[in-house]
Design a binder for this molecule. Structure first.
Ligand code: RBF
Length: 177
């Protein structure tokens, strides 16, 4: 693939992911600071079709744009980025076009890494961010775990269904398994 095409594709997917992030909505009222948006799917698509690093680049660019033009909340954006990274990077590394079972293993590891990692990170960050005692975070922990498990399961299912079709559009001449 040419460098120009690579830059163009990362640019287009980052811009699309940035726009898609505006649909964000909470899943559980108890933790309404956690909002679902499907933008990480674009980063996962790119990480599958091109490389894990290019997917992380899409993640970083859309988060920087969202921080500048919408949220202004550095903690929220940083949490969104870390969650996306913990999901996309291991999933894409394990996948690397090695077949359906590897792909499903990738999703399971990615969902587990993001859900477990974000549970730990929220235990550290929520008391500082909301100025609440540690006991409050532990009371919210089932919702936090449920949110991340649902978010990344939805992203996995959508990616599983569409990544082959998207690959054919982006790379029509490439040999595939
Ligand atoms: N996003 C996630 O995907 N998983 C998380 O565990 C998570 N924890 C967050 C904790 C705090 C205190 C904040 C402020 C945000 C968190 N976010 C998390 C990001 C949130 O869902 C949303 O994407 C951003 O706040 C941007 O609006």
């Amino acid at each position: 693939m040419s460098n120009a095409k690579r830059v163009a594709i990362v640019g287009v997917f980052s811009a699309l992911a940035f726009v898609i992030m505006f649909v964000e909505f909470p899943i559980f009222p108890a933790v309404n600071f956690l909002k679902y948006d499907p933008s990480d799917i674009l980063a996962l698509l790119i990480s599958f079709i091109y490389s894990p690093i290019m997917g992380i680049l899409v993640l970083a660019i859309k988060d920087i744009l969202f921080y500048i033009f919408k949220s202004g909340d550095i903690v929220g954006i940083a949490m969104n980025f870390v969650a996306g990274f913990l999901f996309v990077y291991p999933t894409a590394l394990i996948y690397s076009r090695k077949g359906r079972m590897r792909e499903i293993l990738g999703y399971v590891v990615g969902i587990t890494a993001a859900t477990g990692g974000m549970a730990l990170l929220n235990i550290l960050v929520v008391p500082l961010y909301w100025k609440v005692p540690l006991s409050t975070v532990f009371a919210l922990l089932p919702w936090i775990i449920g949110f991340n498990a649902i978010k990344f399961t939805i992203d996995s299912v959508v990616n599983y269904i569409i990544h082959g079709r998207v690959a054919k559009i982006l790379e029509p001449n490439k040999e595939r398994l």
